[in-house]
Design a binder for this molecule. Structure first.
Ligand code: BF8
Ligand code: SF4
Length: 656
């Protein structure tokens, strides 16, 4: 039945702009992920459930009734657990590669080389340094900066087994560090963990599923560390986000402008292109355009939205469709989540795909080696390609959907604290804990993650978020989840009236009233906290809540949901969320159920050990119920523990 439905259903999206492009290009022969997904059905069930091993070239070994073990004797639990470790490693490596790029820019500055980059946010530099026990008093910014860069590099490269990650110790509650130490998953460094995990999953190494799952969690903690470093360093280099008003969805394209789509993840390139584009408006006018407009896709889009107010063009799944509007002159890509398919789509239009990073090239694309030591010169070169492409537009192929919505974004944790501080100046986060304690809010939910054609594009994000808003859950978001919300009009104040329950409405109204003089616009229904690496900003929120309540994180009524998870990065993020105490819903079942043992660890045993656990649920309404149950269980437990503490005049129990 389900397969039948998929066969007919090319329009697997609820985004009106995406639907419009799909309808207008039907039968045009231009192939996108929406078509390729249908061609791919049915997908292999061995792969789907995780019981296919290709770790050595004696394989692939698939577990069947006839073949209950791999050729080497690996049991299904070994195969599933090993595949899981490798998925996490893919995510961890991607985030850490991102962090290393930012660090290499910082190393140039620290060593006194000339650079187009600099320290934009000295206040953040000092905050980060202080957290890491780096002296700030009486020292110059550059001196402090050098120590931060040195420590960041050590977090990647340290081999010493007695020293543990400083970034993790500085940013999570002490109970989480103790837990990681107790379970022997506290990382010394990122590179060491990646190497030992790759070795551990080599053929003929670890066959113990529990040992493998714990290693996956250790690798996931390295993902957390690499992401936190990336966010902190990006803020120091480019500024900590503050509230900003912009727009989202394909209606942001302008027929008379040179439209540049910035796609990928890293702000190092995109910040410079936005700057170059602002300087090169005259060149665009000479080419017959009214100017240059930059807009974002995926997490590069989130980075430049948060700091520069650059509009959102679309999210992951509809990246090819953006080109099919005929109005994108250049799609400039850096790293991650860039579908190779964009090149063949672009070849049917005038759009130039510009790849820029040595480890992320696409055959036939235009490649500009983005050497960050010549950043501005390279950014100008890229913008020039876009201006030239504008001249080659085919007016007959231009078809811009008029769909767009106002977005209020830019909510770093610092910005959140600033806003919450208007209600509770002594301790900003207390504004949230008080609202939960009084029953006004049911808790907090983070929406993160991707799009995945296994479920209709944007549908689960939208359904679960509006359901939770109705039930008075405070919502924060990152990544392509935030992309969905921006495109569909949930990141503005109008959405509060439409979707929020009475408690959430009252809370947001008090916040709005208290901040009237400060903000140019109403606060949104959902707070956009940034790109995927910025999930650490959201986790800092969990840590702040735990500290305010005086408990360990598994007690905090905070849940996460990745309703349309797709990438290995989503697997690694979900895994550290669970390890750090957060119940985490995933709306696309990952390749784990092939081993009931590993599945049981993820769904149940994780809760006993770490307090966080996974929930697999594809149905968005069911998922909403499960998330609400998880929140309500925690609020209820917190109340009981608080009452007990008051009655016996002790401190609130930290355990869950
Ligand atoms: O890092 S949400 S599809 S763009 S992986 Fe990719 Fe997923 Fe989007 Fe951002 Ni995150
Ligand atoms: Fe098969 Fe074992 Fe090789 Fe995996 S490692 S492919 S199970 S022989």
């Amino acid at each position: 039945m389900a397969e039948k439905k998929k066969e007919k259903d090319r329009n697997r999206t609820i985004d009106p702009a995406a639907l419009e492009v799909l309808a207008k290009t039907e039968g045009s022969g231009v192939e996108t992920a929406y078509d390729r997904y249908l061609n791919m059905q049915p997908q292999c069930n061995y792969g789907n459930t995780g019981i296919c091993c290709t770790i050595c070239i004696q394989g692939p070994c698939r577990i069947t009734k006839k073949a209950s073990k791999g050729i080497c004797g690996a049991a299904p639990y070994t195969i599933v657990a090993r595949n899981l470790v490798r998925h996490v490693l893919g995510g961890t490596s991607a985030h850490c590669d991102h962090g290393m790029h930012i660090m290499s820019v910082m190393r140039e500055i620290a060593d006194g080389h000339e650079s187009d980059y600099g320290i934009t946010d000295p206040a953040k530099l000092k905050r980060v340094a202080t957290q890491l026990d780096i002296a700030v008093e009486g020292r110059s910014d550059l001196e402090i900066f050098k120590d931060v860069v040195d420590l960041a590099e050590q977090e990647f490269s340290r081999l010493d087994k007695r020293t543990y990650s400083k970034w993790m110790q500085a940013t999570v509650v002490p109970e989480r560090v103790e837990k990681a130490m107790d379970c022997s998953i506290m990382p010394n460094s990122i590179h060491k963990t990646i190497a030992e995990s790759m070795a551990q999953t080599h053929m003929g190494m670890d066959a113990d599923p529990v040992n493998l799952v714990f290693q996956a969690l250790k690798a996931a903690l390295c993902d957390y560390i690499g992401m936190h470093i990336s966010t902190d360093l990006s803020d120091i280099l480019f500024g900590t986000p503050t509230p900003v008003v912009s727009e989202g969805n394909m209606g942001v394209l302008e027929e008379k402008m040179v439209n540049i789509a910035l796609h990928g993840h890293n702000p190092v390139l995109s910040e410079m292109i936005v700057k170059a584009a602002r300087e090169m408006q005259d060149e665009a006018k000479e080419a017959g355009a009214e100017g240059i407009k930059c807009m974002g896709i995926c997490c590069t889009g989130n980075e430049v939205l948060m700091r520069q107010g650059v509009p959102v063009l679309t999210n992951f799944l509809s990246q090819e469709l953006a080109i099919m509007t005929g109005a994108v002159d250049a799609m400039v890509v850096d790293v991650q989540c860039i579908m190779p398919g964009i090149q063949s789509v672009a070849e049917c239009y005038h759009t130039k795909i510009i790849t820029t990073i040595p480890n992320a090239k696409i055959p036939s694309s235009y490649y500009v080696d983005f050497d960050d030591t010549r950043a501005m010169e390279k950014a100008r070169e890229i913008v020039t390609v876009a201006i030239e492409a504008f001249k080659e537009r085919n007016p007959e192929k231009i078809n811009i959907p008029q769909e767009k919505h106002k977005i209020v974004a830019g909510f770093s944790l610092e910005a959140m604290e600033d806003i919450l501080g208007a209600l509770s100046p002594e301790s900003p986060i207390k504004a949230v804990t008080d609202a939960v304690d009084s029953g006004e809010l049911e808790g907090v939910c983070l929406f993160a993650g991707c799009n995945n054609l296994k479920v209709p594009h944007d549908d689960s994000h939208f359904t679960i978020a509006t359901e939770l808003a109705k039930n008075d859950v405070l919502l924060v978001s990152t990544g392509c989840a935030a992309g969905t919300f921006g495109k569909l009009g949930l990141l503005n104040g109008d959405a509060i009236e439409k979707y929020a329950g009475d408690g959430l409405k009252a809370f947001l109204k008090r916040l709005n009233d208290a901040n009237k003089d400060k903000l140019g616009d109403d606060l949104p229904l959902i707070f956009h906290m940034g790109s995927c690496v910025d999930n650490t900003r959201c986790y800092d929120f969990v840590t702040a809540l735990a500290k305010q309540w005086g408990v360990d994180t598994p007690k905090v009524p905070f849940v996460a949901s990745a309703p349309e998870a797709m990438s290995e990065k989503a697997v690694s993020i979900g895994s550290w969320c669970v390890t750090l105490g957060v119940p985490t819903h995933v709306g696309v079942i990952p390749p784990i159920p092939g081993s009931p043992l590993v599945d049981g660890i993820a769904l149940q045993i994780a809760q006993d050990v770490y307090g966080g656990y996974f929930m697999w649920e594809e149905d968005p309404m069911e998922a909403s119920k499960k998330l609400m149950d998880a929140l309500q269980e925690r609020t209820w437990k917190m109340k009981v523990h608080k009452m007990a503490a008051e009655k016996y005049e002790t401190e609130i129990s930290k355990t869950w």
